[in-house]
Design a protein around this ligand. Sequence first.
Ligand code: PMP
Length: 395
Amino acid sequence: MNNRQLFLQHLAQTTDFPLLIEIEKAEGVYIYGPEGEKYLDLISGIGVSNIGHRHPRVLSAVHDQMDKYLHLMVYGEYVQSPQAQLAKALCDTLPSSLDNVYLVNSGSEAVEGALKLAKRFTGKAKLVSCENAYHGSSHGALSVGGNEIFKRAYRPLLPGVTNIAYNDISSLEAIDEDTAAVLVETIQGEAGIRVGSADWFQALRKKCNDTGTLLILDEIQCGFGRTGKFWAFEHFGIVPDIVVCAKGMGGGMPIGAFISNKEVMSVFKNNPLLGHITTFGGHPVSAAASLATIQVLKDEKLIAQVDEKANLFKTLLVHPEIKSIRNKGLMMAVEFDSFAILKPVIDRAIELGVITDWFLFCDNSMRIAPPLTISKEEIREACSTILRAIEEVKS
Ligand code: PMP
C-alpha cells in the first residue's frame, strides 16, 4: 500500500473529506509534495508556522538541544536551561504583572491548567466563556467552548459554565461574585475571525475587577505576532490575569503555556492537593525551539510588517463573490455567500497550488493566516491564484 492508502486504512480519520495532500517537505511559506508539487501555505498549520516552516534558527536550536538531552523529568523538577530561558523571554514580552509561566504541551492543556488555576486561586467554581468560542477539545476545554453542536455528544461536561455573547456589553451581567474566571479568545478564531471592541474589553476587565473574577485570555491562535502585536490584547488597552498560548509559540514544535503572576501561580505548589502535573510539558527541545521563535519574531521585525501585508491581501482580494474580509492583522476571514460557493474555490486553489481552508464554526469564510514571513510578491501570487480559482469555479 502507498502512504495515501495506509493513511486511509490505519490512521484514525477526523473528517469524511480530508485534504489528502501528501507532503514531502516544507520550507518557509511553501509545502512540497513527493512528485514536486509546490503549495503556497496560507494557513500555517492553523496559525502555527508564524515564522515559516523549518526556520533555520529553530532547526539549529532543536539540533543543539538534541545533542544535549531530550526528556529528563516531569515539568518543574529539574532546572533545564531551555525552560528557564524561555520563561524569561516570554515574561519580557508581557506586562510586568504576568511574570510566572507554566509550560505545557498544547493549547487545550494550557486551557485546562488555566481553568484549574482560576478555580483553585479564587475558591470559586463558576466559569464564563463566549458563544462560538473554541478553546480546545479535551473535556474541560470543550466545556467552556461555545458551540452546542460540538458539546452535545459529550455531556455531562463541566457544570457551572455560562456562555455569554462576545463583544456585547450587556452580556457582562452574567459575571458575578461567584465567578472564578472569564475565558475569552482575544480575537475569536474558529468563529470566523471576530474582533471585539476596546470598549467591550475594558468593560470586561472592570467587571472582573469588581467581582473578584480572573480574566483569562486565550491567545493560542491570535498570539505570537499574528495580529500585528506580539499579544492581541495589546490592541485593547487591557491586561489579563492569565494568558494562555500554544500554536505559534513553538515555531513548529509542540508546546503551550499558561502565564500569570507568582501569587496566583503559587497555589499550585501547596501540597497535598495536586496542581497541574505534566510529564512532557515544556519539553526541552520544544522549549529551545520556542525561545528561538521569540528571537526570530524580534530580530526579523516580522510583527511590524503584519498590517502592511494584511492590507495588501485586502486590496488585492476584490471580487463580486467576496462579500467582506474580517481581520486583525494576518488573521483573516474572506467571506463568501455560502460553503457551496467557497468549497469548490478552496479545492481549485489547492489544485493551483495555494492552500486555504475554512473555520470550525464558520463555513462560508476562507481562512487566510499565512506565515508572517510571506513576501509581498508571494501575497500577489496567492491572491491572483484565489481570484483565478473563483473565476474558474464560476464559469
Ligand atoms: N484555543 C484556540 C483559540 C484555538 O484556536 C485552539 C486550536 N485551534 C485551541 C485553543 C486548542 O489548541 P490545541 O489544538 O493545541 O489543543
